[in-house]
Design a protein around this ligand. Structure first.
Ligand code: BGP
Length: 472
């Protein structure tokens, strides 16, 4: 343990969750259905026609009723910030109503009261893979331009109600996942044969315009608020030093970076216009859209779990498992039990790349290790000895420290799934990320009791020492 730390005073330490993975209470207090309520197997299985009991998200970890206990545990670890999302279908149950559901708004008032009580700064995701199901079924999700208006009304409602209490806002979770997971990310029903690219890119454009409009509305309604975009980051390495592999990496990178480019520069970059031309895609972009896009963000936030490799040689393409958008597996890295390749240095690379490219403050709003945990008894207390999670988080945070020394402006770090929740990709509870163990199993059994894991005390020390306790 060293006594110095590269983390600045005021660095925001905390954790992150999403409504559909934590809250449960899927039909309480007027909530409408969201796409998640018909995704019992996450993105790895077929959707159901209606909510089915095997869908763990319907109950989640019952945070809807236990939020006070959960937030008290976050406070015990010393959280300075908590990232959560608002379920769109609690506020506008179908998505296209003109008046919000007061009971839904009141729930988030209660969450904010609890955070205020403990001095924890809220960081709110407006849309985290929770498009109201009605918008998916009646409009085809984000392929329909009308969703911009519905989202605008929803965002305005949130800024008016919570704008004075919430400083940090994120418009869309992992907006660059839209083309890879159209139903979860964009509420776009997937026909046999897939969604035509023309529609996918049009949906992407609609989300980018909606995001920029939300930023403009925040400026009017809640001038103290800071609005950020949120992207899934995944450094891509050339599988070999061949120029062709390097070019394949550039192309794959562009496919991800375009979202941050538009959010920070206010217009589409040339390489993206070329992609559209070559694909024969003609987007409907109005003059008003172009004007809207100039409302750029205050900061860029991102998730980071893993890196991936890429090659131009089809014979070497061995598909790697990955967070929504895999690539080619990298022979130099170890992987998690779910095949996500662990790469702490990649986090420093991404921080530097984003800072060099966009010159906007960065916020790491997701990072963590999904693992199977074993509940054991130590000194009469139930716990999990999760040294593997501590090692993962330690090594990633050391790299954040390196990036800070490189001069990168990092606002804070919220570890993903700070309490065990339902996985987004597989809808399992056994893929656990938390500092807090929740007694609920993949078959839905369990008491829902919460237990502190070993990493709970470890993270509390990291926060208390502002990173000085990390092992370098
Ligand atoms: C991100 C999502 C989260 C989340 C996380 C971990 O892509 O924003 O919602 O769950 O990944 O993924 P998983 O739950 O699939 O392990």
């Amino acid at each position: 343990m060293t006594t110095t730390t590269p983390f600045p005073n005021g660095f925001l330490w905390g954790g992150a969750t999403a409504a559909n993975q934590i809250e449960g209470a899927y039909d309480e207090d007027g909530k409408g259905l969201s796409v998640q309520d018909v995704m019992p197997k996450g993105i790895s299985g077929p959707r159901s026609a209606e909510p089915t009991p095997d869908n763990l998200k319907l109950v989640g970890i019952d945070h809807y009723h236990r939020y006070a206990e959960d937030i008290a545990l976050f406070a015990e670890m010393g959280f300075g910030v908590y990232r959560f999302s608002i379920a769109w279908s609690r506020i506008f149950p179908k998505g296209d109503e003109t008046e919000p559901n007061e009971a839904g708004l009141a729930f988030y008032d209660r969450i904010l009261d609890e955070l205020e009580k403990h001095g924890i700064e809220p960081l709110v995701t407006i849309s985290h893979y929770e498009t109201p199901l009605h918008l998916a079924e009646q409009y085809g999700g984000w392929t329909d331009r009308e969703l911009i208006g519905f989202y605008e009304r929803y965002a305005r409602t949130l800024f008016e109600r919570f704008g004075a209490r919430v400083k940090y806002w994120l418009t869309f979770n992992e907006i660059n996942s839209l083309l890879h997971a159209p139903f979860m990310s964009g509420g776009i029903p997937i026909p046999e044969g897939g969604v035509p690219e023309q529609q996918l890119y049009q949906a992407m454009h609609h989300e980018l315009v909606a995001s920029a409009r939300a930023t403009r509305i925040a400026r009017e309604v809640a001038p103290a608020a800071k609005v950020g975009c949120m992207v899934l980051s995944m450094p891509i390495y050339p599988l070999t030093p061949s120029p062709d592999d390097a070019r394949a990496v550039m192309d794959a990178d562009h496919g991800n970076l375009v979202y941050g480019d538009v959010h920070t520069r206010g217009e589409y970059p040339g390489y993206f216009l070329r992609t559209l031309r070559e694909k024969g895609i003609d987007l409907d972009i109005t003059d008003q859209d172009r004007a809207d896009l100039t409302n750029t963000v205050d900061f860029v936030s991102f998730s980071y779990y893993m890196s991936i490799a890429e090659t131009a040689d089809p014979s070497k393409k061995v598909a790697g498992e990955g967070n929504i958008m895999g690539g080619v597996s990298n022979p130099t890295l170890e992987a998690s039990e779910w095949g996500w390749q662990i790469d702490p240095v990649g986090l420093r690379l991404v921080l530097n790349q984003f800072w060099d490219r966009w010159q906007k403050p960065l916020f790491i709003v997701e990072n963590g290790l999904g693992a199977r945990d074993q509940l054991v008894e130590v000194d009469g207390e139930k716990t999990v000895v999760d040294d593997y999670r501590i090692a993962y988080l330690n090594d990633h945070l050391v790299q954040v420290g390196e990036a800070l020394q490189d001069g990168v402006d990092v606002l804070g770090y919220t570890s993903w799934g700070c309490i065990d929740i339902v996985s987004a990709s597989t809808a399992q509870l056994s893929k656990r990320y938390g500092f807090i163990y929740v007694d609920r199993n993949d078959d839905g059994t369990g008491t829902l009791e919460r237990y502190r894991k070993k990493s709970f005390g470890w993270y509390a020390d990291v926060i208390r020492s502002n990173g000085a306790s990390l092992t370098r």
